[in-house]
Ligand binder design. Sequence first.
Ligand code: GTP
Length: 260
Amino acid sequence: MTNIIYIVGPAGSGKSTLTLSLLETMESYELKCVTVNLDPGAEWLPYTPDIDIRKDISLTEIMRRYKLGPNGGLIAAIDLLVDHVHRLREIIKGMKPDYVLVDTPGQMELFAFRDSGPIVVKTLGENRGTLFLADACMCRSPSTFVSTLLLSASVFVRFRNPQIIALTKTDLIKEDDLNRILDWWDNQESLLDAMQEEPNPLQRDVASSILPGLRGLGMPGELIPVSATRGSGMLELMTSIERAFASETALDLGKEFEPP
Ligand code: GTP
């Protein structure tokens, strides 16, 4: 059975670097993996994708033909993914991998929040999961951590896949900061307490009222700290992914999902 993992996260959160590290980890356990680059705007990738959308969709050509700037061009390019997804599905089927690692567009909102993203996710294959990337450097205060969880929740609402959060670039933060973030994740009370110390009362109130709702969304999954450049946490991440695909929730969520 082929499992498809969508690697999603804000610009610069480490998607491409993690794709490479996850590929190396999975291959070292003799899992057959296929990498897919779905970012038509990617200028350079640290790995050589087996399937690369840039061969089908040229951002510069779209900008030239439709007289668009870089942002308009990227929106058009990402919407065009839908025209290629059935063919990509057949190519992947023929390759019979255990896992497909899909490196999604750098500007997450264009993929997750427009219609094309959920259509691509639904069409490419049935057994799917999302790996949401949260840059550890952006999670050091309680309110930025809550904002990151909100972003992760909105991706979950869009795709309805089993979802794991990878806390990336942990080599760039202090051990104390990392332990605090992990404690906030495990213990909602401790996050609420930390938010009371936020200097801005508005931030405090908004975050406090949002947090209980986030848990209520039924957002499954785990938060796994990793450093893709050092390779730390990668085995734990792979194990968490395997667990997510093995769970009943994965199947149920997949069935109920309907793209717009
Ligand atoms: P876009 O698709 O352009 O939005 O970026 P991305 O999300 O694919 O991130 P990418 O993998 O290109 O990484 C962005 C920057 O963060 C690069 O300079 C990476 O070298 C760096 N980076 C990624 N992962 C890590 C990590 O674990 N540790 C450190 N120190 N740097 C990292």
